[in-house]
Design a protein around this ligand. Structure first.
Ligand SMILES: Nc1nc2c(c(=O)[nH]1)N[C@H]1C(S)=C(S)[C@@H](COP(=O)(O)OP(=O)(O)OC[C@H]3O[C@@H](n4cnc5c(=O)[nH]c(N)nc54)[C@H](O)[C@@H]3O)O[C@H]1N2
Ligand SMILES: Nc1nc2c(c(=O)[nH]1)N[C@H]1C(S)=C(S)[C@@H](COP(=O)(O)OP(=O)(O)OC[C@H]3O[C@@H](n4cnc5c(=O)[nH]c(N)nc54)[C@H](O)[C@@H]3O)O[C@H]1N2
Ligand SMILES: [Mo]
Length: 735
């Protein structure tokens, strides 16, 4: 039963008239009052916006503008989820937008590919050249020879990858379809197999949980606003467990830390369920009414007694038994699963199991119970109307973002002849860094990069296009860790000659002489089309309301369990067994799929460390790695190893090490700490090679797929670590 508890205080009551919030232009009422302006100065103006970065929280913020210059940016205190606090990174957003290294003009390559040498050109020249090259390539090789490669730089529905910006143009040109597979896809597909949707529980409902499992997620670094709700539950007596091979910032604040070997989460989940079933505490009524295939799944669970689960996961048997008993007896139990745990060969299967786990305990029916992986599926906007895939002249092939090197080096029929990169920094972010560089260095490849800063990837561009930042363009956002829509009103004019991505695509279409009218829809028209949907989540939400209020909660009842009455699967039940899973090449019955390199004993002898490279506290993917203040706090790349491993391999604190495997090597300073479990080494993503002076972690990461959705396997990566004193060709930058 859900405990009787006050609803989270800050939740908006739906149906109420719009809060007393500003019509734009007027200073919003709930916003910080800035000391009275001296009389002679022009009045400050405030606009409401949203953080565009790839983080679950999508903070609402207010920008204060004086004389056309943004002078202050702070979180909106009235936002029920993000509540006015930003993060260590975004507190520097205005400095970032005004930084001297910001790209302000179009550029043309003036040196070899990769050299980063450019000359300034005008927009006319840039667009003429791009239009001519794309036309030529289409004429000779067909539209599919163009790969529009977008990333997660902005999560906006208009300017960013959610739309994505440019989709209609690529469709009209018949370009290859880009699969945004770099991040969460394996988990999403895994959850969907069990529940029929990627819509998880409202993260705010965690405040009602009595047991919270933070599973493969570093909440305090990667989306810290959830912590308020975790804390609220903790204050009411909830037990919080972090399940992570590393004692992360989050694990240090939890009541308990459980440290499995990476990629063994499925076996841990089955071991915990074994304890539940052995106690006879599965929710039989719920299993009867709302699940499919319990008897088969039960047999699977019984294959994993705690002793076996302990052998596979490296978690002490006693901890599995105790946590299993706690799970068996605590309602509601909520799992907050992160993306870190699905970057293995068995990542999709693991998330599928977590969705099943909270079915065995019946937690899906309680407010405060169930699984939260992403709220992405909660927004019912008309995404298809934005993209308009119907504009394609013919069906096109689909290319996975995580396999860029292969795409550039091996694809045929047609080969990729034009690459248009935006909102992405694949040289730093994508697996197989050396392969990506080789691909981008191809002389016959025409590469356009649209970005805000001169990244490692920009260095390979034939033409560089300068993009606006969030304070300079219009956008509409949904978070993937909460249920609020946010409106981002432009606050200031673009820097230099920067243009919004949508505007760049409109101008390029014009330059190519394209007549399809929808290519020229304005940003506001696009926003309207997105919101014109009959989906119940958008009931009562208009552009006018969103614009006036700055944020609006999607119409999901805050006090109801998500799946108390069934699931949107073919059977209408939570599917422990699934034909769709079988068709996707997985076991029909939910189960444990081992990671590949982690579980390879031969490889373990030559490459004794499993390398985990999760989020840095100071960067957002590769964004901000060029911000001196943040780079200083992050320090140079490090690799953390357990004291026993350090002793065995002759590694000491502060040693400059070479971390390597057959694919590549990077340099990092050793940190010896028991925060990582034996056999694991931990570093972080995000550094730029041109700033550290050598390859990054992704030089070691394989270009191999997860079990579902062609996701990357960043943490299913074995390496060896040794002193770097002799090898000179790869530097270690000291930022
Ligand atoms: N500060 C900051 N915030 C970010 C980002 C950033 O770069 N910096 N990135 C953003 C993006 S793009 C994303 S997708 C999210 C990701 O944020 P999260 O979902 O938190 O994912 P990660 O940071 O990749 O990994 C989280 C934890 O998973 C652990 N882990 C790795 N492998 C395993 C495993 O096999 N099992 C288990 N149980 N744990 C494992 C790691 O040690 C790490 O502590 O964060 C977003 N927020
Ligand atoms: N080793 C390792 N690698 C990883 C991960 C990991 O865990 N380990 N995590 C992966 C994950 S979760 C993700 S999501 C990917 C992210 O990989 P990418 O999607 O490539 O993201 P970033 O590297 O941050 O590059 C985003 C770029 O977009 C630019 N940008 C920002 N806003 C805009 C805009 O409005 N317009 C344009 N044109 N550009 C803009 C930024 O300046 C930046 O250069 O990285 C992955 N890489
Ligand atoms: Mo991500």
């Amino acid at each position: 039963m859900a405990p009787d508890r006050e609803p989270p205080r800050a939740l908006p009551v739906l149906g109420e008239p719009p809060r007393a919030l500003p019509v734009l232009g007027e200073p919003p009422r709930a916003l910080p009052v800035l000391g009275e302006p001296p009389r002679a100065l022009p009045v400050l103006r405030e606009t409401s916006g949203v953080c565009p970065l790839d983080c679950p929280d999508a903070c609402s913020w207010t920008v204060t503008v004086r004389d056309g210059v943004a002078v202050d940016l702070r979180g909106r205190r009235d936002h029920p989820f993000t509540h006015g606090t930003l993060c260590v990174k975004v507190n520097q957003y205005l400095e970032h937008t005004a930084a001297p290294d910001r790209l302000r003009h179009p550029l043309r390559r003036a040196g070899p590919k990769g050299s980063g040498r450019f000359e300034r050109i005008g927009w006319d020249q840039a667009l003429d050249e791009i239009a001519e090259r794309l036309d030529g390539i289409r004429g000779t090789w067909g539209g599919e020879a163009i790969w529009p490669y977008w990333g997660t730089g902005s999560l906006g529905h208009l300017q960013g990858m959610r739309g994505p910006a440019g989709a209609r143009l690529w469709n009209v040109l018949g370009a290859s379809e880009h699969q945004m597979s770099i991040c969460s896809v394996a988990g999403t597909e895994g959850v969907r197999l069990a529940t029929g949707t990627k819509q998880g529980i409202d993260p705010e409902s965690l405040a009602h949980a009595r047991l919270i499992l933070l599973w493969g997620v570093n909440t305090l670094t990667t989306g810290h606003h959830l912590w308020r709700f975790v804390r609220r539950a903790q204050n009411d007596g909830a037990h919080v467990v972090a399940i992570d091979p590393v004692r992360s910032r989050t694990a240090r604040q939890a009541d308990e830390h459980c440290a499995p070997i990476p990629g063994t989460d499925g076996a841990l989940a089955l071991g915990l369920l074994h304890v539940v079933v052995a106690l006879g505490l599965e929710d039989r009524d719920y299993l009867d009414r709302h699940t499919l295939g319990w008897s088969e799944f039960r047999r699977r669970v019984l294959e994993f007694p705690p002793a076996r689960a302990a052998r596979i996961t490296g978690v002490p048997e006693r901890q599995i038994v105790e946590l299993g008993e706690r799970l068996a007896r605590t309602r509601p139990t909520a799992i907050r699963a992160g993306m870190g745990m699905q970057r293995h060969a068995g990542g999709g299967a693991a998330l599928r199991l977590l969705a099943c786990l909270v079915g065995v305990t019946g937690d899906w029916q309680h407010l405060g119970g169930g699984l939260s992986y992403s709220t992405g599926g909660s927004f019912g906007g008309d995404l298809a109307a934005l993209r308009r895939d119907g504009l394609r002249p013919a069906p096109v092939r689909s290319l996975a973002m995580s396999r860029l090197a292969e795409g550039l080096l091996e694809l045929d029929d047609p080969p990729v002849k034009a690459l248009f990169v935006y909102g992405a920094n694949p040289v730093a972010s994508t697996p197989n860094q050396h392969g990506v560089r080789r691909g981008l260095a191809r002389e016959d490849l025409f590469t356009v990069v649209m970005d805000q800063f001169p990244t490692d990837t920009v260095d390979y561009a034939d033409i560089v296009l300068p993009a606006t930042v969030q304070t300079e363009h219009m956008d509409l956002h949904t978070g993937y860790g909460h249920l609020y829509l946010g409106w981002n009103e432009p606050a200031v004019p673009p820097a230099g000659e920067c243009l919004a991505p949508t505007e760049i695509f409109r101008r390029l279409a014009r330059r190519m002489g394209l007549t399809e009218p929808s290519l020229y829809d304005s940003d506001e028209e696009l926003a309207r089309q997105l919101l014109s949907s009959d989906d119940p989540s958008l009931a009562g939400i208009t552009l006018e309301r969103l614009r006036a209020e700055g944020w609006v909660r999607l119409d999901h009842a805050p006090d109801e369990a998500l799946f108390k009455d069934g699931f949107p699967t073919p059977s209408g039940r939570l599917e422990f067994v699934s034909d769709a899973a079988e068709a996707a090449g997985l076991d029909r019955v939910a189960g444990y799929t081992p990671a590949r390199e982690v579980a390879d004993p031969g490889l373990a002898r030559t490459h004794p460390f499993v390398l985990v490279s999760a989020a840095s506290h100071y960067f957002l993917n590769t964004i901000f790695a060029n911000r001196p203040a943040l780079a200083k706090r992050a320090g140079p790349p490090t690799v953390a190893v357990h004291p026993e491993d350090a002793a065995r391999h002759g590694l000491v604190d502060g040693l400059e090490a070479r971390v390597s495997n057959d694919r590549g090597a990077f340099r990092a300073l050793v940190t010896v700490t028991d925060a990582v479990r034996p056999g694991v080494a931990a570093t972080t993503k995000g550094h730029w090679s041109k700033l550290t002076g050598g390859p990054g972690v992704n030089a070691t990461v394989p270009e191999r797929d997860t079990d579902l959705g062609q996701g990357p396997v960043y943490h299913d990566n074995r390496v060896s670590i040794e002193a770097a004193d002799t090898v000179r060709e790869e530097g270690l930058g000291r930022t």
